[in-house]
Write a protein of this length. Structure first.
Lengths: 289, 135
């Protein structure tokens, strides 16, 4: 079970506990609460799968309210509802909708205690190249259309499943390579430049997928960052190391420059959006786009 | 067969749209982020927040009904226990605790067959002692 699955299972458990408490229970067995949370998540997925199937059968990828009402009717068909005997009933007059209206009006509003991070908008896993909430996919799964359902969590793939995927052909090789890389060093994630690895702790502060923006240093950095700016500064022709040839020095500088420019992206995004550190005086970051 | 008139159908459409609009101001117990996560896994695509709230409300209604039935089973079981006149256990059983037995009975009416694994112990007294200690 992946980290996100554990997280959302815990959230579902809390929501189920809140519902049970609002009904009148004062306590619960742990297994019973787990069962209720499991049924809650399964009911959510059943409704979503049925509504999506209804939309697809109408040659649509996006579901609408009528698909969802039909899905709710199908889910409640076992227990029955008002007006289910009439096969020509319009969805707007469905007894399910009337029951939901009465339910919303009758119960007290118990919102979730804490705000949750909206990871759906940022995608389930950026480094695994899966979809984000806007329907766009990135990484190795960019060829998958956005209306297709998500891939299962790679952590749920067993050793045999992974071997079978690897043997499937060259198209899925990236999937296996990512898994192997993740198994080698789980603390770091891949970057475009293979020499650079970004800490997972830093990735936690970036829940939103952003466009790639490159920055160019215009002015001199402050004294604290002087060592980074030395890479941007034009170096004198004479090398500090007399044994090193001028061509090697230039190559080293360009490599260092590239390395520094790539490494500035996550730091800058974190500073701008989350940590909200003020711009250091003397620095001006100009978008190159 | 009753065919609704155009006016009645228009009223129903208005009522449905009003209900969906009222969901914008309603906060279900199941958070939107949780719903978005699970419906996205199932291939449901819709940027409308009202439909996400509708899914949350429908699921909350289902869980509430199941929990209400389980509560009735729990109360009925306690009522039967009171008739046995066990004064000592009467106070302990007054707590309304959701148990697997009540939950499985309630879920059976909704088409969900839930069976939990039996509890194994050396002898029956071991389980009774641990239960009494917890309570």
């Amino acid at each position: 079970m992946g980290d996100s699955q554990i997280f959302y299972s815990a959230i579902a458990r809390i929501a189920a506990a809140q519902i049970c408490q609002s009904v009148g229970f004062t306590g619960s067995q742990s297994k019973a609460l787990d069962a209720v949370a499991n049924i809650l998540t399964r009911h959510l997925q059943t409704l979503a799968r049925s509504a999506s199937s209804n939309a697809n059968s109408s040659r649509r990828t996006h579901s609408n309210a009528f698909d969802l009402i039909h899905a709710i009717e199908q889910a409640n068909s076992i227990h029955g509802f008002r007006g289910s005997s009439n096969p020509h009933r319009p969805f707007s007059r469905s007894g399910i909708v009337k029951d939901l209206v009465q339910f919303v009006q009758s119960i007290d509003e118990i919102p979730f205690a804490q705000p949750l991070p909206r990871t759906k908008r940022s995608g389930f896993s950026r480094r695994r190249g899966q979809s984000n909430g806007d329907g766009r996919r990135c990484g190795s799964h960019s060829h998958v259309p956005p209306w297709a359902p998500e891939f299962p969590d790679p952590s749920t793939c067993g050793e045999g499943a992974r071997r079978s995927v690897c043997g499937g052909g060259d198209q899925l090789r990236g999937f296996c390579v990512e898994e192997e890389t993740r198994a080698v060093d789980d603390r770091f994630v891949e970057h475009r430049d293979p020499e650079i690895r970004i800490d997972k702790q830093m990735m936690k502060f970036l829940p939103i997928e952003r466009q790639r923006v490159r920055f160019k240093m215009v002015k001199e950095l402050s004294a604290k960052r002087g060592e980074i700016n030395t890479a941007k500064r034009p170096k004198p022709q004479q090398s500090s190391n007399p044994k090193q040839s001028p061509t090697d020095s230039e190559e080293c500088n360009t490599r260092h420059e590239k390395h520094t420019a790539n490494y500035q992206e996550p730091i800058t995004a974190i500073q701008r959006d989350y940590l909200q550190i003020r711009n250091i005086t003397g620095d001006q970051l100009v978008s190159v786009q | 067969m009753n065919h609704p008139t155009n006016e009645g159908r228009h009223d129903d459409d208005t009522a449905l749209s009003d209900f969906l609009a009222s969901l914008m101001d309603y906060t279900p117990t199941i958070p939107d982020e949780l719903v978005e996560h699970y419906i996205a896994k199932s291939g449901f695509q819709c940027p409308d927040v009202r439909l996400i709230r509708l899914v949350a409300v429908a699921t909350q209604k289902f869980i509430t009904e199941v929990a209400t039935d389980a509560l009735q089973h729990c109360k009925a079981r306690q009522t039967g226990a009171v008739k046995d006149k066990r004064d000592k256990q009467q106070k302990q059983d007054k707590r309304l605790t959701l148990t697997m037995d009540d939950l499985s009975k309630a879920l059976r009416e909704y088409g969900v067959n839930m069976k939990h694994q039996e509890y194994f112990a050396d002898n029956p007294s071991v389980g009774m002692e641990s239960t009494s200690r917890d309570e």
